[in-house]
Write a protein that binds this ligand. Structure first.
Ligand SMILES: [Fe+2]
Length: 387
């Protein structure tokens, strides 16, 4: 057994955690950060809260770039880069969901490498230094992007999503303040929560799984089962929001060190073809992907059942089945409460898309450490089971 595990992010979390950020920047000698965000964050009043924290500390937040689209692109990163350079900034703060945080990671790469050729840095480990201080403030709970070293940026020229991976992309600081997530709509809460659950479970059952990632993934699974429904039903339930904010980076740390699996491969492929958000795509394939893993992951599923309920006795086979039943029940309830789609047909799937989805899924790198090999037959079965 050989394990490498990296968790370099300082996590600051709790009620009013955002008010700690200016002090944290001062500690790091940051004078002029650029704050990246999007219009949704501005209109939801989330930026105002952050600004209030800076104002109270008398830290002048001078440079704000708020035009990041829902699906960030090479163009928007380049625009942020131009602003960073022209304003002579010395740090990056990303306030938002996965798209904004990925923009921050890409911007940091360009700054540290001193280039505006972002595409040249794509792939794994093509960055040579960490660069400027980078703070991630997630306003959703699920991607885990605030602690991971991967980013995905859409490139209009090639009409494809470009992936970047490096330990140097991992944020220095993550600020997790439940107040910044209370306005998150039910559907987004549900989709991002299911994404976190998939990170936890796929990290737990993958070939690269180890004792550290399992500890994080197990506890993350428990937090999600205990809190996701409450967070959807009452967005202002700060306790549920806080617990989901904890579950997300825990699953993120687990999967960024142990990888995900076939659920993510199919979700990435279907997301690209059907143009649906990542968390929605994940929710559609989660159960089918876990069922494909049942034979090879009975021991893991049986263990994970302890995170969900402790009153079920039975053989390992029965306990594994019961865990999948629990995931299925949670999905049903989440869909009922949030309006998440219950099948691919609801999001525009047509039989003629099957070939392209399978083709993309088979070349997706997410399942290289999956116990179940993603073959054409497995992918086809998962699509059929998720209609
Ligand atoms: Fe994911």
């Amino acid at each position: 057994m050989f394990v490498e595990f990296i968790v370099p992010t300082k996590i600051i979390t709790g009620v009013d955690a955002i008010f700690r950020l200016p002090y944290e920047l001062e500690l790091r000698d940051v004078k002029k950060p650029i704050l990246l965000t999007d219009q949704g964050i501005l209109s939801a009043g989330i930026y105002d809260l952050v600004k209030q924290a800076f104002d109270e500390y008398k830290f002048d937040l001078q440079v704000v770039y708020s035009d990041i689209p829902l699906e960030t692109s090479v163009d928007s990163v380049k625009e942020a880069y131009r602003l960073f350079i022209s304003e002579n900034c010395d740090a990056i703060i990303a306030l938002g969901g996965g798209s904004v945080i990925d923009t921050g990671k890409a911007l940091r790469m360009m700054v540290s490498e001193g280039t505006d050729d972002l595409i040249a840095l794509s792939g794994a480990d093509n960055i040579t230094k960490k660069g400027v201080t980078f703070v991630a403030i997630p306003t959703t709970a699920g991607t885990g992007s605030e602690v991971t070293g991967v980013a995905v940026i859409f490139d209009k020229l090639s009409n494809s999503k470009i992936a970047f991976a490096s330990d140097f992309l991992i944020p220095d600081v993550a600020v997790l303040d439940p107040e910044l997530t209370v306005s998150m709509p039910k559907k987004l809460t549900a989709a991002s929560g299911m994404d976190a659950l998939s990170h936890a479970i796929e990290a737990y059952i993958g070939i690269q799984s180890n004792e550290i990632s399992k500890a994080l993934a197990f506890r993350s699974t428990k937090l999600i089962f205990d809190n996701l429904i409450n967070a959807i039903m009452d967005g202002k339930d700060r306790n549920a929001r806080f617990n989901m904010l904890m579950a997300s980076p825990m699953a993120g740390m687990a999967f960024s060190n142990s990888m995900v699996g076939i659920v993510h491969s199919l979700a990435h492929a279907a997301g690209a073809v059907l143009h649906i958000p990542h968390g929605v795509a994940i929710s559609l394939f989660l159960l089918a992907g876990l069922k494909e893993n049942l034979d090879r992951s009975k021991g893991d599923f049986s263990e994970l059942l302890n995170a969900v309920r402790c009153d079920f006795l039975g053989s390992e086979d029965e306990r594994a089945e019961e865990f999948l039943n629990a995931v299925s029940d949670l999905l049903k309830e989440v869909r009922c409460l949030s309006g998440l789609p219950s099948g691919l047909l609801e999001v525009g799937y047509k039989p003629e898309f099957e070939g392209r989805i399978i083709e993309l899924a088979l070349t997706d790198g997410s399942s290289i450490f999956s116990k179940v090999e993603l073959t054409e037959e497995v992918a086809r079965r998962m699509i059929k089971a998720s209609l």
